[in-house]
Write a protein that binds this ligand. Structure first.
Ligand SMILES: *Cc1c(COP(=O)(O)O)cnc(C)c1O
Length: 409
């Protein structure tokens, strides 16, 4: 009998999206001619841009000829893409191509990176949160089962609610690892440079490491919002950054992202000597990963060309127009709304006393719109509701029309 990893039993089932699917299915069964509009999705709807398609086609053709065929590539990614990223995303921020590790997406990088740390490392997450941060640490045994309060035992929660303007407060007790995601999923909120600097200073003072998830960087419009944590003085010694082509260039199916691990970011080894996380991550990737496909890396490279940038920008603008419409519709209902300005997510504060599943049902039954209950992202998400700008524009306009006549009661 093989004993399995006992920590997996601390994970609840993925009941959020399963429960949404169940309620939607039930509704459709009793309303066969429904006109459901799905604004709960975190997936993109627009196709890949022409510059990306052209790069893919060219790279595919190369595979038909022995002279240009590509087999195993470097585990860290091809130099052409690492250098392009270092220049296009981090020019002037002191990040080298050697610090960039190309992968098949940010979710796996973020899920995997925790394994560089000891099993007893302490972890802080914002609440509500992208579930990967919590679950990957639960699997590694850094947190116990989910308690009555909706929190994993032993994990430090940093509530982000309307009461604190969705800006997390520093943990009371020292932590080893801090997960930050800005622009934020699910709240759509951002941190200014000054607000992010508070976290970099904390990490420097406490010898902590920040995992900075910048998957939504391309959606930032406001001037004082940092696109990278390395815009903050001193961050290169305490932060790793994760980015993705998924939301910025529609690569959710194609799969490409990267981790940035500057050589100054370190932890302490068993002999109390400092160990560079970049060396450890390189060791980890070369052992367990064989690299993002060549054709996909060529596609990602095309995102950074002038045409690619322009074309991706137009798609992002389309999603942000959707988000602005959704935002206005909820403001029109007299509700308070966060996000939708520097992120594709709109986070609605529900009227006092209304729980997020009740609102889900009301929106489904009375407007045939599907969103995501805030409670699914953590206990501090209760009383909130997430909608996304990733829908198609015509359906988003139709949803907004329905919301004009929607009554809360
Ligand atoms: C979508 C998303 C990602 C990107 O994941 P990929 O694996 O690159 O598709 C990362 N972080 C957050 C918070 C996201 O919402």
């Amino acid at each position: 009998m093989a004993t399995v990893n006992p920590y997996y039993s601390n994970l609840p089932g993925n009941y959020l999206f399963a429960e949404i699917a169940r309620r939607v299915k039930e509704y459709c069964a009793s309303h066969p001619d429904n006109k459901l509009i799905r604004l709960g999705i975190g997936d993109v709807t627009q196709p890949l841009v022409p510059a990306v398609i052209a790069a893919l086609e060219k790279a595919v053709r190369e595979q038909a000829d022995a002279a240009t065929f590509m087999g195993y590539g470097p585990e860290q990614g091809y130099a052409f893409l690492r250098e392009t990223v270092a220049f296009a995303c981090y020019d002037g921020l002191g990040i080298d191509a050697d610090d960039i590790f190309i992968s098949d997406g940010a979710k796996c990088d973020i899920g995997n990176f925790q394994e560089l740390f000891a099993g007893d490392a302490t972890v802080a997450i914002t609440d509500p949160v992208y579930p990967v941060y919590a679950d990957s640490n639960v699997m590694a045994g850094r947190a116990g089962p989910l308690g009555e309060n909706g929190r994993f035992k032993g994990m430090v929660y940093l509530p982000c609610t309307a009461a604190n303007g969705f800006v997390p407060e520093l943990p009371k007790d020292r932590v080893d690892i801090i997960y930050l995601c800005y622009p934020n999923n699910p709240t759509g909120t951002v941190l200014t440079k000054a607000q992010l600097a508070v976290w970099v200073d904390y990490a420097r003072e406490n010898d902590s490491v920040i995992f900075f998830d910048a998957a939504y960087e391309a959606f930032i419009r406001s001037d004082d919002v940092p696109h990278s944590i390395y815009e903050i003085e001193g961050a290169r010694d305490v932060a790793v950054e994760f980015r993705s082509y998924s939301k910025s260039a529609g690569f959710t199916g194609l799969r490409c992202g990267f981790a940035v691990v500057p050589p100054g970011v370190s932890g302490v080894g068993p002999d109390r000597k400092r160990v560079a996380l970049r060396d450890m991550w390189n060791r980890r990737q070369t052992t367990k990963y064989n690299g993002c496909p060549y054709i996909v890396q060529r596609a990602a490279e095309a995102v950074h060309t002038p045409e690619g940038r322009k074309q991706c920008r137009a798609v992002i603008d389309l999603y942000m127009k959707n988000a602005a419409k959704i935002r206005d519709a909820f403001l029109g209902l007299g509700l308070t709304v966060a996000g939708g300005v520097d992120a594709p997510y709109v986070w609605v504060t529900l009227p006092a006393g209304m729980d997020s599943w009740s609102f889900f049902d009301a929106l489904l039954n009375r407007a045939e719109i599907v969103g995501t209950p805030g409670a699914g992202f953590g206990p501090s998400g209760e009383g909130y509701f997430r909608l996304t700008g990733f829908g198609n524009p015509a359906q988003t306009v139709e949803a907004v029309e329905r919301l004009k006549t929607f009554r809360m009661e």
